[in-house]
Design a binder for this molecule. Structure first.
Ligand code: 9MR
Length: 367
C-alpha cells in the first residue's frame, strides 16, 4: 500500500515536472516598430563598435538573415575535433564543412571565432578516444600528450590562419571545485592549459587566444577557482588574451550583478571578455507573468552589462531560432520543454529576446 503510494507520487511528480508547458506569445500582438525592422543588430553593433555574433552550421538556411543581423560568426560544431578529425590514428582531417563557414564569413565580412581546440570533458565527443589510448600506452604520458596537443593545434590553427582571428584554445577546463579531471590533466596537470596557449601563440601570433568556460554562479567555488587559474596564467605571462563566458542559462537565471563584477575582475587582470554562447531556456522564466518578456529582459540585461564594460568586446548567441536548437536535441533538456532559448521563434518572428538585444545595442535599454 505504502509502496503503491510512493510510486504514484513519483509518477505524478515526474509528470508534473516533465509535462510540456506552453506560454502565451503575447509579443505576437504587438507590431514590431519600423525602426526595429529596418535597423539590424549588426548595424547597431557596428556603430558602437561591438561584436554581435551567432553560432551556425555550414549552408544554414538562414544565411541571408545571419549576414544581415550579425557581424561575427562561430561554428556551433564544425570546428571541433570530432568534426574535423576523420581518422585520429593517421591524423586525417576533413576541413570541407568548416571551410564553407569560412567562405560565408569572408563573403559577408564577418569576424570568425574558432571553437574549440582542446576540450577534455567528454571523451570520444570533445576529443578522440584514440588520443586516450595513445597517451595511456605511452612510456611518458606527458611527452605524448604534449606531442598530440602541439600537432593538433599546428594543423588546425595552421589551416585557419589569417581567417579565424580568435580561438577558444581550451574549453571548459573547470569542474565544480577546481580543474575538471580529464585525459589532459591526468597527463600534464594544470600545465596542459598553459602549454596549449603557448603552442597556439607560436602558430598564429596575431590570433586572440581565449579560455572559454560556462559559469552559472559567480560566487561559486568554480568561479573563484577559475579566476585563480586566470591569475596564475597571467602571472606566468602565458599568451592568453581573453575569457569567454559561455552564459548558457540552462537550470538557473544568472545573477546579473555577479556577472558584472566578474567581468570587471577578469578585466582587471588585463584580459578581454566575450559572452560566447548566450542562450536561455524559456521555462526558467515560467513563473513570471509573461515568460517571453522576462526572457527578453534577461537578454537585454546581459548584453547591456557586456557593452557597459570596455573589456567586454562582444556577445555571441548559441543559435538563432527556436525551430532548431541544441537543447531540444540533448537529454535531459529535451525532456523538459519549452526550451525556446533563442531570439527568433519557430516561425522566425522576432521575440522579446531580439527586441531586448536591439534595445541594449541601441542604448535604449532604460526606456
Ligand atoms: O550546441 C552543441 C551541440 O550541438 C553539440 O552536440 C555539443 C557537443 O559537441 O556541443 C554543443 O555546444 C556546446 C559548446 O561547444 C560548448 N559549451 C556548451 C555548448 C552546449 O552544450
Amino acid at each position: 500500500m505504502l509502496n503503491g503510494l510512493v510510486i504514484l507520487t513519483s509518477i505524478v511528480t515526474s509528470l508534473h515536472t516533465y509535462w510540456p508547458r506552453e506560454y502565451d506569445k503575447t509579443y505576437l500582438n504587438d507590431e514590431v516598430s519600423t525602426l526595429i525592422k529596418s535597423t539590424s543588430l549588426k548595424t547597431l553593433a557596428d556603430s558602437i563598435p561591438f561584436y554581435i555574433g551567432v553560432a551556425t552550421s555550414p549552408n544554414s538556411e538562414y544565411e541571408e538573415l545571419i549576414s544581415t543581423e550579425f557581424n561575427s560568426l562561430v561554428a556551433e560544431n564544425h570546428f571541433k575535433p570530432g568534426s574535423l578529425l576523420k581518422d585520429a590514428n593517421n591524423w586525417e582531417f576533413d576541413f570541407s564543412d568548416a571551410d564553407r563557414i569560412v567562405q560565408f564569413a569572408q563573403k559577408n565580412d564577418m569576424r570568425l571565432r574558432g571553437h574549440t581546440l582542446i576540450w577534455g570533458k567528454y571523451p570520444g565527443m570533445t576529443h578522440p578516444v584514440e588520443w586516450i589510448d595513445q597517451v595511456k600506452k605511452s612510456a611518458d604520458p606527458e611527452i605524448e600528450m604534449k606531442a598530440i596537443i602541439s600537432q593538433y593545434i599546428k594543423i588546425v590553427m595552421g589551416h585557419f590562419k589569417g581567417k579565424v582571428v580568435s580561438w577558444d584554445v581550451v574549453n571548459e577546463p573547470m569542474g565544480s571545485k577546481g580543474l575538471y579531471s580529464c585525459i589532459f590533466t591526468e597527463a600534464m596537470g594544470e600545465e596542459y592549459i598553459e602549454y596549449a596557449f603557448r603552442e597556439a601563440h607560436k602558430v598564429d601570433p596575431d590570433c586572440a587566444l581565449y579560455l572559454n568556460e560556462q559559469i552559472v554562479n559567480y560566487s561559486s567555488t568554480q568561479a573563484k577557482e577559475f579566476l585563480n587559474l586566470l591569475t596564475r596564467l597571467v602571472a606566468k605571462e602565458v599568451p592568453i588574451h581573453g575569457v569567454g563566458l559561455q552564459s548558457h542559462h540552462i537550470n538557473h537565471i544568472h545573477d546579473l550583478d555577479g556577472m558584472k563584477k566578474y567581468i570587471r575582475s577578469i578585466a582587471e587582470l588585463g584580459l578581454d571578455v566575450e559572452i560566447t554562447e548566450l542562450d536561455m531556456r524559456l521555462l526558467l522564466f515560467g513563473n513570471e507573468n509573461d515568460p517571453y518578456n522576462a526572457q527578453g529582459d534577461q537578454y537585454k540585461n546581459v548584453v547591456q552589462i557586456c557593452i557597459a564594460d570596455p573589456a567586454c568586446k562582444g556577445v555571441t548567441l548559441w543559435g538563432l531560432t527556436d525551430k532548431s536548437n541544441w537543447m531540444d536535441a540533448i537529454p535531459p533538456f529535451k525532456w523538459k520543454s519549452p526550451n525556446s532559448p533563442n531570439i527568433f521563434d519557430e516561425e522566425m518572428k522576432r521575440k522579446p529576446a531580439y527586441i531586448g538585444i536591439w534595445k541594449a545595442l541601441n542604448g535604449q535599454s532604460q526606456q
